[in-house]
Design a protein around this ligand. Structure first.
Ligand code: ARG
Length: 459
């Protein structure tokens, strides 16, 4: 198939296999709407700056709108002979309005065009992500209010450490996602700068108005250096990193769900609609959705390493290697978004197994720190209190009882500072209620934080 884009300089036609190999249409076809919007803004600017006539501008824009219609209705005959989405659109336009269509490439190159398209396309996903992340935070905040008093085991080293409230744990997830939101917002600023006008690499000899185009396309500003602009894919790496961080968070959440659902742990149950059975073991209810989220994290990390590796050896400016950026980032975005989209329902169908959660939260001497703090508040040095409580725990282990099951006399053998009020103070409910400080696990603090989150998200 003959590609006429550069055929002026060539005697031979492109090898068919090479064409198949080098085309990017199969991947960048999704950019068609963005590409047309960018071209329309560019044409308006060319007219404004006197490079094309009014009637030419009108004809080209109406032609481009027709191309868009064709693409949307499946009537556009995409052809890999034209290599990529940009050349396909130009050729479709020429078919509709004739040679005038060939003027659209004046003062630009595919190098600045593709960088511009990709920034806009990814920017739209950033906005979708932001709303998804906020949706999950709203679900978590509401749920944490419902569970502001629900006892839950807090772990370190996967050993029960101290009682917390389930609401507090949910708000911890919320914080991770809030950081993801902030990360996206900050990288959106770097993303939202327009490369168009950099042309192939050195700018153009035409007098153009880049600010005008940038404004039309919703960019905050224009890039500073044409060479950097056409060869910069930092924004793709940033997105791949933001995706990796989101997936890392979703994967940790998933890991906890898988763990909590294990019959031996049995802290929560997940709705049946999010689980699957086994083809051989009739009794099984498996947490496949969180497992898949955890699993999909691998390929999202892959895109980050892939992008960094793709870019690391590239001399300025554009190199064809960079065409590979799209397949990596598109797949990474698809995967991350599909996981984000499932989260609100996955989380809201969670059921806390309160009885067992209370039992586990109260087990393993989870109130030992509170006893040590009790003694410290009465003036004992914390290290000494720690030592004494350690001995009390040793006794409990020997007797196979809980601290609360010891008698006052037993306890006082270790310290005369211990009074009868201890039996109230180190009840798990009191352990959590006393952690009232900012960011603590007390029901009061949880409700306060959840309300602040909901206020921030105005829901
Ligand atoms: N399809 C190309 C890409 O995605 C567009 C830019 C082509 N530029 C070039 N000099 N061949 O990177």
């Amino acid at each position: 198939m003959k590609n006429t884009t550069w055929s002026g300089r060539f005697n031979k036609q492109m090898d068919t296999e090479v064409l198949e190999f080098s085309q990017s249409l199969s991947v960048d076809i999704v950019l068609y709407e963005t590409d047309i919007a960018v071209t329309i803004a560019h044409i308006e600017m060319l007219f404004k700056c006197g490079h094309i006539k009014k009637n030419e501008c009108v004809k080209i824009i109406s032609g481009l709108k027709k191309v868009l219609k064709q693409a949307e209705t499946g009537r556009l005959k995409w052809n890999i002979a034209f290599e990529d989405v940009h050349m396909n659109i130009e050729n479709a336009l020429v078919k509709i309005i004739g040679d005038l269509g060939k003027k659209i490439h004046l003062g630009r190159s595919r190098n600045d065009l593709v960088a511009t398209d990709l920034r806009i396309y990814l920017r739209e996903f950033v906005d979708i992500y932001l709303s998804k992340l906020r949706e999950i935070q709203v679900v978590l905040a509401h749920m944490s209010k419902e569970h502001s008093k629900s006892l839950f085991p807090g772990y370190t080293h996967l050993q029960v450490a101290q009682p917390v409230t389930f609401g507090h744990h949910l708000l911890a997830w919320c914080e991770m996602l809030y950081r993801d939101e902030l990360r996206l917002l900050s990288f959106r600023k770097l993303l939202n700068i327009m490369p168009l006008g950099s042309a192939a690499l050195s700018g153009t000899s035409l007098k153009i108005d880049r600010e005008f185009v940038a404004k039309k396309l919703g960019f905050d500003s224009v890039t500073n250096n044409s060479m950097d602009a056409v060869s910069d894919r930092d924004f793709v790496c940033d997105f791949a990193y933001a995706n990796s961080m989101i997936m890392m968070h979703l994967s940790r959440i998933s890991e906890e769900l898988v763990l909590w659902m294990s019959p031996q742990i049995n802290l929560v149950s997940l709705d049946e609609s999010f689980c699957t059975g086994s083809s051989i073991m009739p009794q099984k209810k498996n947490p496949d959705v969180p497992e898949l989220i955890r699993g999909k994290t691998g390929s999202v990390y892959g895109a980050l390493i892939g992008m960094l590796t793709l870019m690391k050896g590239l001399p300025l400016t554009y190199n064809r290697d960079m065409q590979e950026d799209k397949s990596m980032i598109f797949e990474s975005v698809d995967t991350t978004l599909s996981c984000l989209a499932l989260m609100p329902r996955l989380i809201s169908t969670l059921k806390l197994n309160s009885k067992n959660a209370e039992l586990v939260a109260s087990s393993s001497f989870s109130n030992a720190t509170d006893l040590a703090e009790y003694l410290s508040k009465k003036g004992m040095a914390f290290r000494e209190a720690h030592h004494i409580v350690g001995k009390i725990v040793k006794l409990c282990e020997k007797k196979s009882v809980d601290i609360l099951e010891l008698s006052l006399a037993d306890l006082q053998k270790y310290s005369s500072m211990i009074d009868a009020d201890i039996f109230d103070i180190i009840r798990p409910e009191m352990c959590i209620a006393s952690r009232e400080g900012d960011g603590g696990t007390s029901p009061k603090s949880v409700v306060k934080k959840a309300n602040a989150i909901l206020r921030r998200l105005r829901k």
